[in-house]
Design a protein around this ligand. Structure first.
Ligand code: KIV
Length: 266
């Protein structure tokens, strides 16, 4: 199966086919997502919360993102791998943003990067794209801006923030982003953005009228239960299943039922 490219993503949009994206953070999770035929794997900085156990994405570093991105790239045969630029890896200076974006391709085998921010990031997006690196933008609720936004809140509900989200959408497309993640905005606003832009819109908590959808894998699998946003659908409760298996193992070791004859050497 050939690798998915940005041309395949454009083609899906042109044909009216939905684009699928999920996060993954290591070899086994990336294999599952890839083998299921998902179009794009995002090595999201959400790994801070669902893998590292911190309470926001802000502490995640470039080195950590590259470490996880390498594992994901190694496991991926067909999905396009998008590396998520962590907080302060692109906000300080355009040259630093280009260098860090390039590391995702050069060192970690990614095919694109994602970064958060709209109009204020337009010049940075342009500089990264000019360096030959496809950029997926991310607007609406941008978790790296949590303290400016005053919490993880739905964006674009009043006229001023609605206009801001629309301006951000136009700005990232104009800057050369090949697609845009739209997080936690009213479904009608997402529809408006979808109709306004020619680049694919990938929604998370943005309703049904985006070109594609993305979720955090650990939410979908029921591996993260600290909190569950309204937009998450949990397809399986894997934490409960894993807990049962580990409890059974503990029981069997304690009772001597494990290991049985088939598990030892003669
Ligand atoms: O970090 C992440 O996983 C993300 C997705 C939620 C879009 O940015």
């Amino acid at each position: 199966m050939p690798k998915t490219t940005i041309l395949d993503i454009y083609k899906k949009k042109a044909e009216g086919k939905k684009i699928t994206m999920l996060t993954a953070y290591d070899f086994p999770t990336a294999q599952i997502v890839d083998q299921a035929g998902i179009d794009m794997i995002l090595v999201g900085d959400s790994l801070g919360m669902v893998v590292q156990g911190v309470s926001s994405t802000l502490p995640v570093t470039m080195d950590e993102m590259l470490y996880h991105s390498k594992m994901v790239s190694r496991a991926t045969a067909s999905a396009m791998v998008v590396g998520d630029m962590p907080f302060l890896s692109y906000q300080t200076h355009k040259a630093e943003a280009v260098r860090n974006a390039g590391r995702f391709l050069k060192e970690a085998g990614c095919e694109a990067v994602k970064l958060e921010g709209g109009s204020q990031m337009a010049e940075t997006i342009r500089a990264i794209v000019d360096a030959g690196i496809p950029v997926m933008a991310h607007i609406g609720l941008t978790p790296q801006y949590v303290h400016v936004l005053g919490g993880f809140k739905v964006q674009g509900k009043d006229e001023a923030t609605r206009q801001k989200v629309l301006a951000d959408a136009r700005a990232v497309q104009e800057a050369g982003a090949f697609s845009v993640v739209i997080e936690a905005i009213p479904a009608l606003l997402a529809k408006e953005i979808h109709e306004l832009l020619h680049i694919p819109t990938i929604g998370i908590g943005a309703g049904p009228d985006c070109d594609g959808q993305v979720l955090v894998l650990h939410d979908l699998l029921g591996l993260f239960d600290r909190f569950t946003p309204k937009f998450v659908k949990q397809y399986v409760k894997l934490k409960g299943l894993a807990l049962d298996a580990v409890r059974q193992y503990k029981d069997e070791v304690e009772t001597g039922a494990f290991p049985a004859e088939e598990h030892w050497f003669k």
